[in-house]
Design a protein around this ligand. Structure first.
Ligand SMILES: Nc1nc2c(c(CN[C@H]3C=C[C@H](O)[C@@H]3O)cn2[C@@H]2O[C@H](COP(=O)(O)O)[C@@H](O)[C@H]2O)c(=O)[nH]1
Length: 366
């Protein structure tokens, strides 16, 4: 376009604006992916091995095809809610509000566990099992009114909801109560106590829903300073997995209909970095590797931890791009790759095939 044509184009846009004709609103972005790339480019303790990443992409794609991995896989899990209604949306919000830090220092037979439906559930599944059990006991664990009622919802009643079949209590119980209390107040003051009002406020944009959660809820604002950078690094793990769980559960329809769902990235937890490292795609430097091997605590918000989380997000993005390049006619997004990697890591754990432990960070972010 010549300079004159550019000027004419700008003039037309300006005239449109001045006539009050709104220029198509910029679609919102979450900012997570550019921040992940920034950390990848500026960190020195975690790297990505491109050859292994390409190999991992092929193997992941093949296995996902073989298992016909799709949004419907979400509801196929025994404990996930099956109804496609408002109560399920509230269940998923509550679940992803509390979806963090289940790991234990104790041996498997002593660690925090929930007995439900004749099985012993640990990790993420202990949360889902405890919530299902509470609802069966007529405890309104997914109701924001309950979360605000200090008589009914307090440390004692939460201890009962999350009562373990071992001596170990659920980690960070007070912090979980704080998340419920804050979210109850925010939903009351801004969304008429309704999770579906929050979802509707995003007007069909996944990125906008993540941004609303980050704006209105302290306990979803998963962003951290890194190496003197002016703006914090946005990770938004629980905000993003909430949008993803809604999308997957409702199979892209109803409350799960988002025009920009592919803007959601991998969820920076403590399981997917573990499998990315096992696949050789994520290269963890010797010092961090030794700390993880020796199950040492890695501090929340530390340089090491931010690099582990952000480079994992970037690594899954590169895997997604490799799959897209090799199979242009198929559509795979970071969500389904992530869900697949998490489930695969859990299968490896159950089969005793973990070759490196997951990293140990205690926080409310994941
Ligand atoms: N990146 C990512 N992180 C995930 C999940 C899930 C469960 N999602 C279900 C929904 C669809 C999928 O198919 C899964 O069936 C939990 N987590 C995180 O892991 C940690 C729990 O680990 P462990 O204690 O070993 O269970 C904790 O930070 C938790 O927040 C995921 O999918 N992706």
């Amino acid at each position: 376009m010549s300079d004159d044509e550019v000027d004419l184009e700008l003039l037309a846009l300006l005239r449109q604006h001045l006539q009050g004709v709104s220029i198509k609103d910029e679609e919102p972005e979450t900012g997570v992916l550019p921040d992940a790339e920034y950390v990848y480019n500026h960190g020195i303790d975690v790297a990505i091995d491109m050859q292994s990443t390409k190999r991992a992409a092929e193997s992941i794609y093949a296995q996902m095809q073989e298992k016909s991995y799709s949004t419907s896989t979400w509801s196929s899990h025994e404990l996930h809610p099956k109804a496609k209604d408002e109560a399920t949306a509230a269940f998923i919000f509550t679940m992803d509000l509390l979806n963090f830090s289940f790991w234990s220092e104790l041996p498997d037979d002593e660690r925090f566990a929930i007995e439900y439906k004749g099985k012993r559930w640990t990790g993420y599944w202990s949360l889902v099992a405890a919530m299902q059990r509470a609802l069966e006991e007529d405890i309104p664990i997914t109701d924001p009114h309950f979360w605000q009622n200090e008589e009914e919802c307090n440390l004692e009643s939460l201890r009962h909801v999350f009562r373990s079949c071992t001596e170990e209590e659920m980690p960070l119980l007070q912090e979980r109560l704080d998340c419920l209390r804050e979210s109850g107040n925010v939903l009351y003051s801004k969304y008429d106590c309704s999770v579906v009002n929050l979802i509707s406020a995003a007007k069909g944009s996944a990125a906008q829903l993540v941004n609303l959660l980050a704006r209105d809820f302290d306990c979803f604002r998963d962003e951290h300073p890194f190496e003197g950078r002016r703006n914090p690094i946005r990770i938004m793990k629980r905000a993003q997995i909430f949008v993803a769980d809604i999308w997957a559960c409702f199979e892209g329809k109803s409350y799960g209909e988002f025009r920009d769902i592919d803007k959601i990235t991998m969820f920076a937890d403590y399981r997917v970095p573990q499998i990315l490292s096992t696949l050789g795609a994520l290269y963890i430097g010797p010092q961090i590797h030794a700390a993880i091997r020796d199950k040492k605590l890695i501090e929340s918000g530390s340089k090491w931890e931010i690099q582990l989380r952000a480079c994992s997000i970037w690594c899954v993005e590169l895997i997604r791009r490799e799959i897209q390049k090799a199979h242009p006619d198929t559509h795979v997004n970071a969500i389904l790759i992530d869900f697949f990697l998490y489930d695969t890591m859990k299968e490896m754990e159950a089969a005793g095939k973990e070759t490196i432990p997951h990293h140990r960070t205690r926080s409310i972010w994941y």
